[in-house]
Design a protein around this ligand. Structure first.
Ligand code: GTP
Ligand code: MG
Ligand code: ZN
Length: 355
């Protein structure tokens, strides 16, 4: 197993240096199930668990390995098993708020170079959702590419592409049909040795079908969507990193039920930069864009140069972000507190045992 084929590069080499000198090995997480990890290394495939020390120091989800991570390991003698001691710094991280109302972060994939945001050209097509996906993708540190799948089902492909262009300026857009193998070869520009590509999108849009088309075999299970509303059946149940023989690394993921922004700032301004530029031309610096005189936002909306719904989703996102930020700070404080409680408890235990 060649590490370069798995996406290894100078960035990770530098981060690994200190561990290397101490005799550690390195591998990449390809699958996770209940805190058991499948890791690919130069010794082949290994099953791994985190060390007690890593677990003890872990404060939250992101302190544990995720699919795509490069991890520092030691091999257990005589069996294809390993212990994970550390996670090398992530080049990118695509995460979202876990479904439901908890604040748990869910890491979808790490160390991804390109994100294929897959939307089907059927009833699933939704511009607002694409816009949100693009924001989250920018923020993750990876480059988004919009894939409009099931092009064979659509008569207005050109029009759809134009609509997407209007909300995702500068993001490459590809209409494809994985089933009829149309447009798939054009994706080769993103997929080559050492590049990691994650496929994201709602259930049933054809992520696994595309994975199989790129892989040249029916590895990933595929299932028909529901008739009537075109909803998928959540066929893929876990994220998995797959090495392509032709070079390139794919991460197929389960369809997302909902996508919520995690922590936007940078990605946020990327796609709404026109609105922010406009807001800077309001007469008052602290304009709330409601009914102040000389408000550029209100003028643009009434003139029709700014779509009212788009501005509404900008406001909604801003609110969501402010809310998340407040909640996140609180969560971090609580986690820190719990940690110290645990530390002093075990310290007390040690003292008791000693005396
Ligand atoms: N017409 C048409 N159908 C397609 C195409 N690609 C996928 N499908 C069909 O769409 C259905 C769902 O495809 P999957 O690949 O399982 O979708 P998925 O995105 O992996 O779904 P989850 O694993 O549930 O997230 C299957 O019946 C596929 O055959 C396409 O290009 N054209
Ligand atoms: Mg799937
Ligand atoms: Zn204003």
């Amino acid at each position: 197993m060649n590490l370069q084929n798995l996406g290894w590069n100078q960035y990770f080499e530098d981060a690994f240096e200190e561990y290397k000198q101490q005799g550690f090995e390195v591998g990449r997480v390809t699958l996770e199930h209940k805190r058991i990890y499948r890791v690919l290394s130069r010794h082949g495939e290994l099953l791994a668990e985190v060390s007690g020390k890593l677990r003890f120091n872990a404060l939250e989800r992101q302190d544990y390995p995720a699919v795509g991570d490069w991890v520092v390991i030691t091999l257990r003698p005589g069996e294809p098993k390993a212990t994970i001691h550390a996670i090398l710094p992530r080049k990118s991280k695509f995460s979202r708020k876990a479904a439901g109302n908890t604040m748990g972060e869910q890491i979808v994939a790490t160390n991804v170079d390109t994100i294929f945001l897959v939307t089907a050209l059927n009833a699933d097509f939704n511009l607002r959702r694409i816009e949100r996906y693009v924001l989250t993708a920018w923020e993750s540190g990876a480059n988004p590419v919009i894939i409009l799948s099931k092009a064979d089902l659509c008569d207005e492909i050109e029009q759809r592409i134009q609509e997407v262009e209007s909300i995702a300026f500068g993001v490459p857009i590809h209409a494809i049909s994985a089933e009829q193998n149309i447009g798939v070869e054009a994706l080769a520009t993103y997929i080559y040795e050492g590049q990691t590509i994650a496929l994201l999108g709602s259930s049933g849009v054809g992520k696994s079908t595309l994975t199989n088309a790129l892989l040249g075999e029916g590895k990933q299970e595929v299932q028909a969507i529901r008739e009537g509303d075109d909803r998928g059946r959540h066929t893929t149940t876990h994220r998995e990193l797959i090495i392509l023989e032709s070079g390139g690394i794919l991460i197929d993921t389960p369809g997302m039920r909902e996508i919520q922004l995690w922590d936007a700032d940078e990605g946020f301004s990327h796609s709404f930069s026109d609105i922010e530029a406009l807001a800077e031309t309001c007469r008052f610096r602290d304009c709330s864009h409601v009914k102040e005189p000389g408000c550029a936002i209100q003028r643009a909306i009434s003139e029709g140069s700014l779509d009212k719904n788009r501005y509404a989703s900008y406001v909604k996102l801003q609110r969501e972000l402010a809310f998340l930020e407040r909640k996140e700070n609180r969560q971090a404080r609580l986690a820190e507190k719990a940690k110290w409680k645990q530390v002093s408890k075990s310290q007390r235990k040690i003292n008791e045992d000693l005396y």
